[in-house]
Ligand binder design. Structure first.
Ligand SMILES: NC(=O)c1ccc[n+]([C@@H]2O[C@H](COP(=O)([O-])OP(=O)(O)OC[C@H]3O[C@@H](n4cnc5c(N)ncnc54)[C@H](OP(=O)(O)O)[C@@H]3O)[C@@H](O)[C@H]2O)c1
Length: 358
């Protein structure tokens, strides 16, 4: 495959406040000669828009202080076709892969070879589009529920932010573990499709959080009315999570999608009174600190995938090309999206697979 010298990408040369400020620019192919022995180059076919991307271009993510400082190419989740692989790589040109790497919103994305979990073969049942929709959500949600949350069969698990990219995968993993799942989302006008989708994924109850006192509804939805055993919190609602817990419940803090960058002040006596276990989980950092953990989480999650137990959830709007990425991000920002908004970047060139869609 002949490689171009220049490609198009969404380059952040200064942090900007709005999706409408994002621009497509020409940049050099991210494969400098001195890195050819250690770099995989992937021609992106699909990318997905996530909450992390929103934070990144605004300079609001914790990584903006160190790793992601302008200039950088936006985007974290992609699928595509290997365009170049060093001789030592297990991949060869033409392989369909998906993965996570900064710089995904571009015609080509470079990934350092050997980074555990950064790039995987596309599962046949998902196809390239479905793989972009799942991306890193699988290991994040698996690690949070199974390792940090010590989820057990028969427990009642509450997923906050259940309609989001991470949430839809967390619901499926918890169901596959034999948990009873309560999904909490905004069930306001226009959310009918989201509620139906969560029920199809196996959620035993879907509860809206718009009404004051929704935590009581969650407790009532548990078999003995005492509250849930485990909360997966992707929105940053720890006080509400504790209210939903039974005595001795566990809360895994995964993200802060609902906080707009402002953290919650928590009266810690609540933790003591209910003997709550509160634990944070960051898959990326866990993987840097403990590479064996990343491998175990990926292997166990991909085992579920190979058994056909995890379905990608793609938001049913079509987005085409790099110039449509701001629209996908804006739809997410306006809370229209559920699952992941997937943007098609280039043709799959005959690589297709049958994939169950929701
Ligand atoms: N710990 C980790 O390793 C890790 C890895 C990746 C991402 N994260 C973090 O996890 C969180 C969730 O990520 P995600 O990719 O699932 O995000 P997402 O796809 O945007 O989903 C977030 C969900 O939160 C709900 N939400 C509630 N209040 C919101 C608000 N004010 N603004 C936006 N959404 C709101 C939305 O559902 P409703 O509209 O139904 O309320 C939305 O579906 C983010 O904070 C992300 O940075 C953590």
């Amino acid at each position: 495959m002949a490689l171009p010298d220049e490609i198009e990408a969404i380059l952040i040369d200064n942090f900007v406040p709005k999706t409408s400020d994002l621009r497509v620019s020409s940049i050099p192919l991210p494969l400098p000669p001195e890195k050819r022995d250690t770099t995989l180059l992937i021609r992106t076919t699909h990318v997905s828009a996530s909450h992390v991307d929103m934070l990144y271009f605004q300079g609001k993510h914790q990584n903006n202080r160190r790793h992601a400082r302008p200039p950088f190419v936006l985007g974290t989740e992609f699928s595509g076709i290997i365009a170049y692989a060093p001789a030592s790589s297990p991949f060869k040109p033409g392989d369909p892969v998906f993965g996570t790497a900064r710089g995904a919103f571009a015609d080509y994305v470079a990934v350092e070879a050997g980074t555990e979990g950064a790039v995987r073969r596309v599962p046949e049942a998902w196809g390239l589009r479905g793989a972009a929709a799942v991306g890193i959500s699988g290991p994040v949600s698996y690690g949070a529920l199974v390792y940090a949350g010590r989820m057990k069969k028969g427990e009642t698990v509450l997923v906050l932010g259940a309609g989001g990219g991470l949430g839809v995968i967390a619901v499926q993993i918890a169901k596959q573990f034999g948990a009873r799942v309560i999904a909490v989302v905004n069930t306001g006008a226009g959310s009918e499709g989201k509620v139906e989708m969560l029920k199809k994924l196996g959620a035993d109850a879907v509860i809206g959080y718009q009404k004051e006192g929704w935590e009581e509804e969650v407790r009532k939805a548990t078999p003995d009315g005492q509250g849930v055993h485990l909360v997966y919190d992707g929105v940053g609602a720890v006080l509400s999570s504790i209210k939903c817990c039974r005595f001795g419940g566990r809360v895994v803090i995964v993200g802060f999608a609902g906080r707009g960058g402002k953290m919650e002040d928590l009266k810690v006596n609540r933790v003591l009174l209910k003997q709550i276990s509160l634990v944070g989980y960051r898959f990326g950092e866990s993987s840097r600190q403990f590479p064996d953990h990343a491998k175990a989480v990926w292997d166990e999650f991909m085992q579920m995938v190979s058994e056909g137990k995890i379905k990608p959830v793609e938001y049913a709007e079509s987005y085409n090309g790099l110039r449509d990425i701001p629209r996908a991000l804006e739809d997410m920002h306006q809370r229209k999206v559920w699952g992941r908004a997937v943007v098609k970047i280039s043709e799959e060139q005959g690589v297709e697979a049958s994939r169950p869609r929701l």
